[in-house]
Design a binder for this molecule. Structure first.
Ligand code: MG
Length: 255
């Protein structure tokens, strides 16, 4: 009988899912309240999180906005007109036409990006494999070839440029594909007053490099970063620092 029962249960759970009946509340309404919460322990009325279908490997999950899928730059501008970076073989490449930025504006977000520094090593320190990811066009998570390339600590890959070095150097070598998975929290302003700073968590090739780190202000070179008030959402920019950096598979989720 057992052998027959198991397939029956499987069928019935599939049927229930198809009918949406698995959404029936499950839990309790007589348990203690959680401290500081309107919900009880195992509260049956507590809303369940939305379902997101994860991507296969590094592919975008079902609720992400794909910013670059390897085919075109339709999601990007040079600030006013079409972005003109080279697109070929599933990646885009910096080509001296200046930084590009997203058409859509974002505040709090989760972002996935893959990059490769030039296989042919040229230059050193900040001159080697330099780009950058700028939230609001102003808060930079540094992109650099930091594989056996000495530079100042707060300027290497996954640094908040000019502010905070990464916890570790998880860089892969020149020409190898690398990833950033980033959770960014936008700063909050009330009029001219900063209520809370921007914060960022960065996984570099899956390794924690920034752990909910505060931005001290908008990225600056040889100067202390300062905040100036701005809108609740802004573009995300990729820097053209004169090196033929490559990017692929960029997606974002609004938080
Ligand atoms: Mg840079």
């Amino acid at each position: 009988m057992k052998a027959l029962l198991i397939p029956c249960l499987l069928v019935s759970s599939v049927a229930l899912a198809a009918a949406g009946l698995q959404d029936e509340p499950v839990g309790y309404d007589d348990t203690p309240l959680l401290p500081g919460s309107k919900w009880r322990v195992h509260d049956k009325a507590r809303p369940v999180p939305p379902i997101v279908r994860p991507g296969d490997g590094p592919a975008a999950p079902s609720d992400a906005i794909v910013l670059f899928d390897g085919k075109d730059l339709s999601q990007w501008t040079d600030g006013s007109k079409e972005a003109r970076w080279k697109v070929e073989s599933g990646y885009m490449e910096v080509n001296g036409t200046g930084q590009i930025q997203t058409r859509e504006h974002f505040g709090d977000c989760q972002l996935h990006l893959e990059f490769a520094t030039p296989e042919k090593v040229e230059g050193s320190s900040q001159g080697r494999g330099n780009s950058g990811l700028f939230f609001f066009g102003r808060y930079e998570v540094q992109i650099l070839d930091s594989y056996q390339n000495r530079t100042y600590a707060d300027g290497q890959a996954a640094a908040l440029y000019g502010q905070t070095p990464p916890l570790v150097n998880a860089s892969r070598g020149p020409g190898k594909w690398q990833s950033y998975d980033i959770i960014f929290r936008a700063p909050r302003f009330e009029g001219d007053k900063l209520l809370s700073p921007a914060r960022v968590t960065v996984l570099h090739n899956g390794v924690l490099a920034q752990d909910n780190t505060e931005f001290l202000g908008a990225t600056a070179h040889r100067a202390v970063a300062q905040y100036s008030p701005h809108e609740a959402a802004g573009p995300i920019a990729l820097q053209d620092h004169g090196n033929p950096m490559r990017f692929r598979n960029i997606w974002i989720r609004k938080l």
